[in-house]
Design a binder for this molecule. Sequence first.
Ligand SMILES: Cc1cc2nc3c(=O)[nH]c(=O)nc-3n(C[C@H](O)[C@H](O)[C@H](O)COP(=O)(O)OP(=O)(O)OC[C@H]3O[C@@H](n4cnc5c(N)ncnc54)[C@H](O)[C@@H]3O)c2cc1C
Length: 581
Amino acid sequence: MNFDLDVAIIGGGPGGSTCGGLLRKYAPELTVGIFEREAFPRDHVGESVLPPVSSILQELGCWDEVEAADFPIKIGATYRWGNSDKLWDFEFMPVEQYREEQRPRGWTQQARQLAFQVDRARYDHILLDHARRLGCAVEQPGRVRRVETDGDRIEALVLEDGRRIRARWYVDASGAAAIARKALGVGVDCPTRLQNVAFWDYWENAEWASRYPGGATRVLVLSIGSGWIWFIPLGPTRTSIGFVCPKSLYRESAKSPEEIYLWALQQEPFITELTASASREGKVEATRDWSFVSDRTAGPNWFLVGEAAGFADPILAAGLTLTQGSAREAAYSILALAKGEHEADWLQQNYDDNQRTRIRQHIRFADFWYSANGKFTDLETYTSEIARDAGLSLDPKRAFQWLGTGGFTHDTLGQAGIGALDLAGTRQVASRFLGTQARWELSRVNQLTLKLDGAKVVEIPAYKDGTIRRIKTYRRGDRRLPLTGLFATVITALQRGPDLVGHILPEFQRQAAGGEAGGKMQSHLVLHHLLQALELMLNDGWVKGRRDPKRPGIDLNTPIEGQIIHTNVELNERLAAQEPV
Ligand SMILES: Cc1cc2nc3c(=O)[nH]c(=O)nc-3n(C[C@H](O)[C@H](O)[C@H](O)COP(=O)(O)OP(=O)(O)OC[C@H]3O[C@@H](n4cnc5c(N)ncnc54)[C@H](O)[C@@H]3O)c2cc1C
């Protein structure tokens, strides 16, 4: 059969350009076409990024180009969320340790820990130009009018001018349009009760709520009860301000998008203050932002990436992390298929498992945030339902604990965490929402044994340096325990003996001091992460724990005020000073 291209990608947003760029970087012999319907630059919502994207930019080879655009550095977020009106911060690194670095920054240790707030018109343009320079043939404007299918295979893309493009593999990166997914008849599941809508506009000269040297700041996420407001500085003068609320509230308000947007902003005096000298572009945009996950994300000759594959509510700002992460794994899978490495079914199945698990976990985490904000009156009952969905039978109280302390972790292979939060971070969020210190399960037990009954050993892919390695993993239901990274070290320690203080901790300390686990991480951090991995295994049922009253134990608590999550004293004082007497 004659093909026009090796890979045809629909959509030149971050999903399409990341996938195309990585394909050409690692296999310059492949012919890759990207078809983008719009001329760039074009505006797009979704501007606040998480740190995992930075290393993908570096791998793509466009870190310097993105850094040269001088986007504000994001060091974290300031929230009004949970059971208190006080503002609190979540930092990607302890703010006392943040040091000003001359811009443009190189790929420094600090840069790896932080993120950007990006003007998507410029960001998407930089990424697509980079893919073009790497050798992708970009057709722009190049709208795909129709996707021809034969059963579960894609046969061709039909362009606006009638040309038929045939490729060995197809990638649907067309975002919410999901043109190939729809043509293939792949359905979607909405495993959540959240049905939100979003309204936003751009402002000139709004004051930044926090400002650090080197152009660093935080985004603001402010709950106003009926919904929440985002405030994202995009550049020295431009700010994105949006409002998210349930669809039902919008319908019942009988307001226009412009009216409900302005009404929401008026409810928040802090926004009024920050925009006192600012002017609005005056083009309020609106979209629905309902979380969903596709029933399948890969087939015989196709992959869905980014928002075509699924979407998690923007409260977590995880969209680009999920998008560029999925684009990377799709590129690696196609590279392996092109080289004839690994079985096609195994590559597709694992790609699908990874994306759908990750999207579902983010949706659950978003549900947890909304639950904690009182959006569901039957909050605890609801968390029980979410746990049941994950195959666990927990009473409502235990379910809320589980959800807040590990029910959505396992995002990154070999580590315990989700997005930019490690397990301790998610636990600290839970402590803040619950208003009490979260006690670790490890504090209740001191004898620990691996519990692997019913688990199968399977192989999963590890994606690195353009190739896929096979990693052994225990699998039980939809939970998995990779025999790599921190988890492998924990398993070795458990094999030394069951006593937490006598066997396991000394082994952790030995590993941390010897640098055998955790790569280049400092030893106290390695120890901390090993404890988190063990806690997660205990939470997830991979480890059975009991208390021997004759043996010592350990006492681990997550304080409400921590190093990376804490009350923002300065802004609270500023707001308090302005309240009428
Ligand atoms: C209200 C809201 C707030 C958000 N906030 C954040 C945030 O703070 N942080 C974050 O990381 N994410 C956020 N997101 C999510 C983020 O916007 C998406 O995850 C991201 O844009 C997905 O990238 P993508 O490449 O999959 O799709 P897109 O960026 O939408 O790109 C798809 C491209 O495909 C093109 N296309 C569509 N149809 C065709 C066709 N037929 N032929 C050719 N081209 C086509 C489009 O023109 C577009 O350029 C938010 C989303 C919403 C709705």
